[in-house]
Design a protein around this ligand. Sequence first.
Ligand code: FES
Length: 176
Amino acid sequence: MSQTAPTLRPLDYRRELQAPGTKHAPYEAVLQVAELPLGAMRRVTRGDLDILLANTPAGIVATDDRCPHMSAPLSIGDLDECIVACPLHEGRFDLAAGEIVQMPTTGGLDPDGRYHPVWTASGHEPKSDVPGRKAEARRFTRVRRLRYYPLRIRDGRIEIAVPVLPGAETVVNARE
Ligand code: FES
């Protein structure tokens, strides 16, 4: 019996997490579906906007390619099913739900404003948070939920809706 390939579809995100400025934004083709196999991530840049495209078991998703903690590029992190791990501070985020799975090692505030203390990843030396302005900044840094760009698939191409930025070109960066 032959196996059928999984159907490629956009991830069905929570509407309240749609990125600002995208409600009436035009769709633009950014990548061939074949260029984004299951488990792959790509960065697409439009003007000063960096967007992460990821192909997860729950569907293809477009979100900011900026960690919702301190803006590191998630596209160079690791993707495991729907969970993307940030290359800095061990933060982990659920691309399907938009939620934090693991707070960054620095601690701080979660999206609902609850404080989480500094923690140490297993296998690392315990960290002490030296009091001072930097510790205060870490404590008050809020990690927000992910925000999503509308995405559709037409004629084998992935199209996303991004705010119009006059004169901005779209560049696709593939992770080697
Ligand atoms: S920048 Fe991603 S966890 Fe800190």
